[in-house]
Each structure stands twice: as C-alpha cells, then as structure tokens.
Design a protein around this ligand. Structure first.
Ligand code: ADP
Length: 618
C-alpha cells in the first residue's frame, strides 16, 4: 500500500528551478548519487566496526551504476546501510528537501546568472531531478526485520511512500530519465562522468549496461564491467614516506594523461589547523608561458569538485598539475564567499609555503639538479614571484639567471662576478642571436650578460628593479659607450666625422657620438637608451603603436677603428667611396642591433656587390 505525502508546506516547486539553474553542470547528479552510495557504505562499515551492524566479514561493498537504455533508466545501487521508510521520510523528504530549498532560497540571486556557485554541493539527492522526470528509491535498512521501503516522486511536490520488494540490504535509486536529458542514456557518457567525478571515490564503483537480448526478447542480459571504474586509494592518502618515485610518476601519468615524467613533486599532507592532502607536480614544459596549462584538481573527501578553482588555489599554482583534497572546505557556498574565506586564505598560504620550501631545499641540496630544472620551472617561479609577494620573499635568493656563457647564477652571484665593471647593474640580452655582436664585445671585456628573452621577462625585469633592493637592469645595447670605452680618449676629429655621417645619411635627427671603443675591429654600434626602449615596449604592449615614442638611438662611431680613421682621410678626395663606406658602416651597426628594413636590406646587398666589384678591379 502506498501512502501519499507532500514535500513542502510551501507549494513552491523547486524542481523546475533545479533544472534551470543547474543546467550548465548537470553531470553532477551522478556524483551526488554515487557519493551518497559511498557514504551509506562507509556508515555501515562504521556501524559494523562498533558492533552495531551484523555484516559478514567477506562482504563486498560496492556501488553500481546501471544503465538501461531501453527503459530509459539509470540506477545507482549500493549495499550500504539502507533506510527504513521513516528514515526516507526524514532524510529525503525533510532534511534533503529543505536543504535543497534552503540552498536555492539563499543563493537565488547569485545563481540567476548560472556561474556564481560552485560544486552545487548541498543539493545532493535532489540533483537527480535535473535529469529525471521520476525518481524511485528502494531501500532496505541494515536494521534486522525492518521492511524494505519504496519512495516515488515525479518532480512535483507530491511523493508516495510504501513497501518495496527489495530483499537485500542497501539502496537502489532509479532515475527515469526525462526526454530533455536523453544524452545520459549512453554508456560512454556515463563512464566519462564517472571517470571525471568519481575516479577517486572510496568505494569500488562498477558500471553495468543492460542490453536487450535480440534472440529472446523476454530476457535482459547485463553487461557488467569486471573492473571498478575508480581507484579507491589515491596516492595522496598514502604517507609520503611510503610512496616511491615510481608510484608518484605512475599516478601523474594516469591522472593527467601526460606521458612525460614530471620534474618533481610536492606531497602535501596536513592535519592541523585544517585537513589537506594532495600532490603537486611540476610538469616538464614544452613551450613558453602562454601555452602552459596546468591542472589542479580539487577534491572533497575523494569526491571531485572542480579543476583549477581560482578562488581556492593560488593562481600561479594553476600552472602546476596536481590533486588537492580538502575535506574541510566549505563548498556549498558562492565563489565570492570563498574568496574572502579565512580558511581558503590559510590554505592558499600553506600551499605557497610548501612549494617555496621544496624549491629552497632543492636549491640547497642539489644545485646542479635545480639548475637542470630551471628552464622548465622558471616561468612558474617568475610568474609566482610577481603574483604573490610572500612567494617572492621566500624564493628571492634562489632565482637564477642564465648568463651568456651558459652558467646559472643568482642575482648576487652575478653582481659579485661583474662588480668591477658595473656595480649593482645587471646587463641582459633579450635575443642572443640579434645581440651577438654586443655579447662578443662584452665578453672581450671579461663581462657576461644574463639572458632574459621571454615575454614574461619584460615585466619581470621591472618587478625585480622595484623589489630587489636597488638592482638596475640594462639591456646590453644600452650601455655601449659606458661599458666598452677604452681608457684613453680618441684623437679623431669628432666634429668632422659627425658632419660627414649626417650629410651622407641625410638623417639630421640621427644622434651620433664618437667614442674610442676597445675593440678596434668594430666600426660602429647602435646604442639605445634603456628608458626609451622600455617606453617603446610598453606602448607596443598597450597597443599605442610604435610612433608614440620616438626611438632614442645613437650611432656610436668607434674612433679607434682603422676604417673610421681612413674615412676621414678620403672623405674629400674619393667622395663616392667615402659615401658608400659611411652607409655601410651605418647599416652594419643597425644590423647588429635589429633586422634591417626591407629597403635598407636591398640597398645593403646592392652596395655589398658594388664593394666586391671595386675590390676585384683593384
Ligand atoms: P547529503 O548527502 O549532503 O547529506 P543528500 O540530499 O544527498 O544530502 O542526502 C540526504 C540524506 O539522505 C543523507 O544525509 C543520507 O542520510 C540519506 N541518503 C541519501 N542517499 C542515501 C543512500 N544511498 N543510502 C542511505 N542513505 C542515503
């Protein structure tokens, strides 16, 4: 006999609301039902261990998800503690229902736009109505002699409750999938959802698909998978001291489908003041920052919540790959709440500290290994330093700089090694090929520059200048006259040279200076002031176009170069050749600084041919 009941004194119907608001994340219905099944099993195990439930020691606990496409049903079956009719009334129709309605009432305005809640935890059982037009519960309690109970609700405010013919202990939830949600009547789809949301749940989960047997239409054959779809003991739960490198790597390969080995990892394991376990991996990078995509999966007691939840995990850590399980996290609240939650802040600080500690211990224990990793981990560390000041404070002494001779030095090592020439100044190269000529000149002086050649380095340089206590950065082409001058003044006629170049090149506004550079083989170089170049870079980044800031280039002629000296001798007597040499010196200087423009390049080639002709004729 079925008894009728009413879900709510308030006749508001929450089901259409559930359907509408949670539509974007419909998949979670399965997570909710399967995790309820796991909870029911864990509760039973607990009762058994306290001697309060009579269960065989050989009991095979499991949750089964069974699809029947023909009948348009999905069942979630567990052999947990079960519920009596009174318990169903209490837990499902009162507590769960009021939980769901409270939740909706509370976050009504926030969920209006769909995206402002996370996890949708707290809706629990009623999320079934996101995909089902009718839901049945058949349950038999572990309590001896308690009759099995059946509950049916078709998504309205009324439900029926009565006897069930279920004989074995546990609960079967049967969802009659509505026509709008037919996509869930598909084995692949369900397995995909299980793999995403239930992969680490603590009880074995099996997937079964009922298929109508064509020969004998009366009989259903059931296709059961032999292996559970999940891993009930994720590695993060194991004690770090008991995990082997192989286990860490295998776990990484499996969870992130990345065939490469991770560089190294951090096993997070904390009980107080909050519980947090997890493993963070530093992946091997293939590209520059733009393409780094980490994946940090967040779990609540082995139940998957979401990937890359920015509110909980410090943003710069999202470049890593990992799993984090925090049972204490309040997940049934809105994102904006999470951002201001003290717990979340503490957690984020803890993770940041652990990562910094790991990097510091690597640096101290095995500098060579740390250097080997540097290229891979540096985008992460640079970005992290800029984003989180606390992180920067913890890693500032282990930031490495690759020098032009291929060594890795910290900031203080570099400044110590180069301090005779440049106190507190760091010279850097942003393109080792294009700036090869400058690098050579620096090397000839016994100096090295550091290589900072990624996009991230532009803000990184400014960041370090602001925070690293007075260190100034200068690109290698900004310091020519300062750094490369010989000690003696040059004796050439500076004014005559300047006048000659100005008139030949026809560039009145070109800045020209004449210096005696050490390297006599260099006729001229371009010097570009650091400040004006940065302005140009900024305006390019912010899309103001290059023309906003005039380029501040100086042609530095080397008074010690023999060709420059010769030029002065022939400038009046062999005007045509002098002209060509002027232009050639200028082009060579520009070329060692940046690519020539198209016109300049064709002219340069034509002129080079002409010069060879002159040589051959001689
Ligand atoms: P929550 O799981 O967050 O408590 P639910 O709405 O999912 O909320 O479930 C409400 C209650 O119903 C649970 O706390 C539990 O007592 C009971 N329940 C749900 N599913 C099962 C099940 N498969 N077996 C036993 N009890 C269940």
């Amino acid at each position: 006999m079925m008894e009728k009941g009413n879900l709510s004194i308030n006749s508001e119907n929450i089901f259409p609301i559930i359907k509408k608001w949670l539509y974007s994340d419909t998949d979670i219905f399965l997570r909710e039902l399967v995790s309820n099944g796991c909870d029911a099993i864990n509760k039973l195990k607990k009762l058994k261990s306290m001697g309060e439930a009579n269960v065989s020691d050989n009991e095979e606990y499991r949750v089964t998800v069974r699809l029947n496409e023909e009948e348009k049903t999905i069942q979630v079956i567990d052999n947990g503690l079960g519920m009596t009719a009174d318990e169903i009334k209490e837990y499902i129709t009162q507590i769960a229902f009021s939980g769901a309605s409270d939740f909706i009432a509370k976050y009504q305005d926030k969920i209006e736009n769909g995206s402002d809640i996370i996890g949708h935890f707290g809706l629990g059982f009623y999320s079934a109505f996101m995909v089902a037009e009718k839901v049945e519960i058949d349950s038999k309690s572990y309590i001896p002699d308690a009759p099995a109970a059946k509950w049916i609700c078709d998504g309205g405010v009324e439900y029926e409750i009565g006897d069930s013919d279920k004989v074995d202990r546990g609960t079967v939830i049967t969802l009659h999938i509505d026509d709008d949600s037919k996509e869930f009547l598909n084995g692949w789809k369900l397995k995909e959802i299980l793999a995403k949301y239930c992969y680490f749940m603590p009880v074995e989960i099996y997937f079964e698909e009922e298929k109508k047997d064509n020969e004998n239409k009366e009989d259903n054959t059931s296709e059961a998978e032999e292996k559970p779809v999940n891993d009930t003991a994720p590695l993060w739960l194991k004690k770090p001291s008991e995990c082997t490198d192989e286990e860490y790597k295998a776990f990484y390969h499996k969870v992130f489908s990345d065939f490469n080995d991770p560089l190294f990892w951090i096993h997070l394991n904390m009980d107080y003041p909050f519980r947090l376990k997890g493993i963070l991996y530093f992946p091997k990078l293939k590209h520059e920052l733009e393409s780094i995509e980490g994946q940090v999966k967040l779990y609540n007691n082995q139940v998957f919540i979401a990937d890359n939840l920015k509110e909980v995990i410090p943003e710069f850590l999202l470049l890593l790959k990992g799993t984090i399980d925090c049972p204490d996290l309040p997940l049934n609240v809105s994102r904006s709440f999470l951002q201001n939650d003290g717990y979340v802040t503490k957690m984020s600080k803890y993770i940041t500290k652990k990562v910094a500690d790991k990097l510091n211990s690597l640096f101290k224990k095995d500098r060579a290994e740390y250097e080997k990793f540097w290229e891979d981990i540096s985008p992460f560390i640079k970005y992290g330093a800029m984003r989180e000041h606390e992180f920067y404070e913890k890693v500032k002494d282990i930031l490495l700089f690759k020098t032009t001779d291929g060594k890795y030095e910290t900031l203080s090592e570099y400044t110590d090694n180069n301090k005779e020439k440049a106190e507190n100044k760091v010279f850097y190269v942003s393109d080792i090929q294009q700036q090869a000529q400058y690098i050579k000149m620096f090397k000839d002086q016994g100096m090295e520059a550091v290589v900072l050649d990624t996009k991230l380095d532009i803000p990184y340089v400014s960041f370090l200048e602001a925070y690293s206590g007075g260190t100034q950065f200068a690109r290698i082409d900004s310091a020519v006259s300062d750094m490369l001058k010989s000690d003696e003044e040059t004796s050439v006629d500076k004014d005559a040279l300047e006048k000659l170049f100005k008139s030949v090149l026809g560039k009145d506004d070109l800045k020209i200076s004449v210096e005696g550079l050490k390297d006599e083989g260099v006729s001229a170089v371009i010097e570009l002031s650091e400040q004006s170049r940065r302005m140009q870079e900024m305006s390019a980044i912010y899309g103001m176009g290059n023309s906003t800031f005039p380029s501040d280039e100086t042609l530095v002629l080397n008074g010690n170069s023999s060709i420059v000296k010769l030029l002065l001798d022939i400038k009046d007597s062999r005007k045509e050749e002098a002209d060509m040499i002027c232009r050639h010196i200028y082009d060579l200087a520009v070329m060692s600084h940046k690519p020539l423009s198209m016109e300049a390049m064709t002219e340069f080639i034509a002129r080079s041919n002409k010069i060879m002709e002159l040589l051959a004729e001689k």
